[in-house]
Write a protein that binds this ligand. Structure first.
Ligand code: TYM
Length: 344
């Protein structure tokens, strides 16, 4: 039995437009957790600066992402919503974890390899150490559950490794300071549902991503209804009709992606969607998908705009959230300092 009270933490980078993958893999799944867990949702601006951000753009993206959180149904009365840089303890714990994690662990991170490409000597040191900051985000609040898309799985495994190594390396001091031996929890990833990795609309072998050069590859949350419909209509597919069961989607990456998106948007299972559309071609399925996507995204888009009309109110919400996060962060960091042997 874990001594930790169930607590959810997750974060999204304010770096460019939010897309349907961020929404279905993360934000939409954050909302119901508010009713069952103590939740902390962060705008991870310190992660965003691991690659260059124009200061004005960073500020605007921070407001937009917060507006998207609120428009999707995150409630600042139920959850703590704040931006990372307001709590300096994230940076402090990340430094400690930089001294716990091994260079070899970081070198194995596929996301770093993808982002750095052939240019790995020339990327920021922050980009390399990024997973250490992510572990700090989560463990600063001793979060037990982290809802994310499938692309973050490896980072969460590393978070578990860092927690485990800290608990082992400092076992004697953890005990001497009166804590349970599992000082940091071994966090559970929450990666579930039909859209854990939404794929590009142009190429079903690639994930939908902010950095894809083609705008047609992704639906962004600020797209208007016509643009959403056009992108779905032009999405790459195969000529076969849809199968009647999930098994029939094997090897049909683009078809599986569109059906997964439909299922995630509608809250239905993949089999249920196929029971409805099996035997029909994309000529019938795509307009139904476009209609469903517009019916969910258009009201959210309008709500985002409403929040963005009052940036000072968004800033208040972030400041208030930071005010509630800070005592939790300070408590952990003070414990960590004592465990490490820092005099305070
Ligand atoms: P980020 O900002 O790249 O993405 C935010 C969330 O969206 C999910 N996601 C997707 N889900 C499904 N299909 C896709 N195509 C897709 N693309 C992105 C991501 O899995 C993520 O859940 N390192 C994190 C941010 C972070 C974090 C944390 C997350 C920093 N600290 C602590 C959890 C806990 C990131 O870059 O996500």
């Amino acid at each position: 039995m874990s001594q930790f009270k169930p607590r959810v933490f997750s974060g999204i980078q304010p770096s460019g437009d939010l897309h349907l993958g961020n929404y279905l893999g993360a934000i939409k799944r954050f909302v119901p957790l508010q009713d069952t867990h103590d939740c902390i949702y962060c705008v991870v601006d310190m992660h965003a600066i691991t690659v260059w951000q124009e200061p004005e753009d960073l500020r605007q993206s921070t407001l937009e992402l917060t507006a998207a959180y609120l428009a999707a149904g995150l409630d600042p009365k139920k959850s703590i919503i704040f931006n990372q840089s307001q709590i300096k303890e994230h940076a402090e714990l990340a430094w400690v974890f930089n001294c716990i994690a091994r260079v070899g662990w970081m070198q194995r991170m596929t996301q770093f390899k993808d982002k750095a490409g052939k240019n790995s000597e020339n990327v920021s040191l922050g980009l390399f150490a990024y997973p250490s900051l992510m572990a700090a985000d989560i463990l600063l609040y001793k979060a037990t559950h982290v809802p994310v898309g499938d692309d973050q799985k490896q980072h969460l495994e590393l978070t578990r490794d860092i927690a485990q190594k800290f608990n082992n390396d400092f076992a004697k001091s953890i005990k001497a300071n009166g804590h349970d031996e599992e000082f940091f929890p071994i966090t559970e990833p929450l990666i579930a549902g039909p859209a854990t990795l939404v794929k590009s609309l142009r190429d079903g072998s690639k994930k939908m991503s902010k950095s894809d050069p083609s705008d047609m590859s992704r639906i962004v949350l600020t797209d208007d209804s016509d643009t959403i419909a056009k992108k779905i209509k032009k999405a790459t597919t195969d000529p076969e009709p849809l199968p009647s069961e999930a098994k029939g989607l094997e090897g049909r990456l683009e078809a599986a992606n569109l059906v997964g998106i439909y299922a995630a948007l509608s809250g239905k299972g993949v089999d249920e969607v196929l029971a409805e559309f099996g035997g029909q071609g994309f000529g019938a399925f795509k307009p139904a998908l476009a209609e469903l996507a517009v019916s969910e995204l258009a009201p959210m888009n309008a709500e985002m705009r409403r929040y963005l009309a009052d940036p000072a109110e968004i800033e208040n919400i972030l400041r208030d959230g930071a005010g509630r996060a800070r005592p939790l962060a300070v408590q952990t960091i003070d414990q960590v300092r004592d465990i490490i042997g820092f005099v305070r």
